[in-house]
Design a protein around this ligand. Structure first.
Ligand SMILES: Cc1cc2nc3c(=O)[nH]c(=O)nc-3n(C[C@H](O)[C@H](O)[C@H](O)COP(=O)(O)OP(=O)(O)OC[C@H]3O[C@@H](n4cnc5c(N)ncnc54)[C@H](O)[C@@H]3O)c2cc1C
Length: 383
């Protein structure tokens, strides 16, 4: 059996951030990870450029049963702290939109910096944790062929989305075993499978407004061979939603445009008029009929306009494209029995949770990694 002060399960963003803090306090730390290398999601993040923080990180950009839970960690670890950390490692950055920070030289810069910070930590890769027991104030962490003993355990096993990178639900099992509730897990920040659109539209991207739960999201949407994706759709899926309402021509009253065209360009087809507003293939999907626009009744024109300004995707025709595209999950370890100041379990002293394994999911834009760094650091400062 190997003996440590702190054992961290999962060498992802939160686990490595926690390890660096625990190491700097002189704790003997081990990280156990099932993958062949640490930080695989960080390496894949932001399309390989790692959107590592966002200046707007605050509770209103997080989702879960209690998004206010993030306040404690976010007050202790701010986006400026993360920029300082990046600066300290000579990571240069670019801003995609103001305050949305990516590694200019790619995600490897972030991975290298994380690894540099844990030079005194024993990292065991290809080590799948199966079980954790708590006996005589010690934790016994078991893998297939070894056991590790520690005073504290930090569970940073992440979410179960994007399974091609290697994920497990062991973090949820450990939490349950110690009496924690698991909020049901579902994919989020992902594409949607729906029968509404034609697969022929695949590859077209356009600026849309999606209304979800009363909130309007303005961003790019991408047609795929199975439905829709792109930032606007990803952002919609992190929210609680029922039906989705898509406006493919935000700010344009298409009914007005078509009625004017009926009077001034009556011999044009509807698709030809719409192609001034939409990509031609999308315009044809909206109205494949080649009749002159002058031949349409206003009522029909109104219905066509709705197919641009207010496409309704009913809830029962939305399938989250989970394991393939989801960047995170909604749900996870219920935060009500975890201290927001220390990340320690209120049910089992010495047991900590951080990162995506908790019922906290951030918006698109660097909020999830920020949460992983912030909650991981706080856990590492207290374990
Ligand atoms: C493709 C993609 C792109 C993304 N891009 C961004 C982005 O640009 N910005 C952003 O903010 N967020 C992004 N995210 C989300 C972000 O990467 C995650 O929210 C974040 O990595 C979560 O950190 P974590 O440490 O909690 O979990 P993870 O980083 O997922 O780490 C969990 C670790 O636990 C290990 N593990 C799990 N079970 C076991 C077990 N039983 N035994 C041992 N080890 C185990 C895993 O191998 C893994 O290394 C992206 C996600 C994906 C999938």
């Amino acid at each position: 059996m190997r003996n440590y002060d702190v054992i961290i399960i999962g060498a992802g963003a939160a686990g490595l951030a926690a390890a660096a803090q625990a190491q700097s306090r002189g704790r003997r730390v081990a990280i156990l990870d099932m993958g062949n290398v640490p930080a695989r999601k960080v390496a894949a993040s932001g399309g390989g450029r790692c959107n590592f923080t966002n200046a707007a990180a605050s509770a209103n950009r997080y989702f879960g049963q209690n998004p206010d839970f993030v306040r404690g960690a976010l007050a202790r670890v701010t986006p400026d702290d993360i920029l300082d950390w990046a600066r300290g490692h000579n990571i240069s950055w670019t801003e995609k939109s103001p305050g949305q920070y990516f590694c200019a030289a790619g995600a490897a810069a972030a991975v290298n910096a994380l690894m540099h910070d844990v030079d005194n930590v024993d990292i065991f890769t290809n080590t799948f944790v199966q079980n954790v027991e708590h006996k005589n104030n010690e934790f016994i962490v078991s893998t297939a062929n070894a056991q590790f003993i520690s005073q504290s355990v930090i569970v940073t096993t992440g979410g179960t989305s994007f399974s091609t990178l290697g994920v497990s639900d062991v973090g949820y099992k450990i939490a349950r075993q110690f009496g924690h509730k698991i909020i049901p897990v579902r994919p989020a920040l992902c594409a949607i499978k729906t029968s509404i659109f034609d697969s022929q539209l695949a590859g077209i991207s356009l600026d849309v407004e999606i209304t979800v739960g009363g909130e309007r999201i303005r961003d790019a949407m991408l047609f795929t061979h199975f439905g829709i994706g792109g930032p606007a759709v990803y952002r919609a899926t992190i929210r609680d939603f029922d039906n989705l309402y898509i406006n493919m021509a935000p700010g344009i009253d298409v009914y007005d445009v078509l009625r004017v065209a009926k009077k001034t360009a009556g011999r044009k087809s509807v698709a030809s008029v719409l192609s001034d507003i939409l990509p031609a293939r999308v315009a044809k999907w909206v109205c494949p009929d080649v009749r002159h626009i002058a031949d349409y009744r206003d009522d029909d024109i109104r219905k066509i306009a709705q197919r641009v300004n207010n496409i309704i995707i009913p809830h029962n025709d939305i399938k989250l494209h989970g394991n393939i595209s989801a960047e995170v999950v909604r749900g996870g370890v219920d935060t009500s029995k975890v201290s927001s100041k220390t990340m320690e379990s209120k049910l089992c002293p010495g047991l900590f949770f951080a990162g995506e394994v908790l019922d906290i999911a951030g918006d698109l834009g660097g909020f999830n990694l920020h949460w992983a760094w912030a909650s991981g650091r706080v856990a590492g400062q207290n374990a």
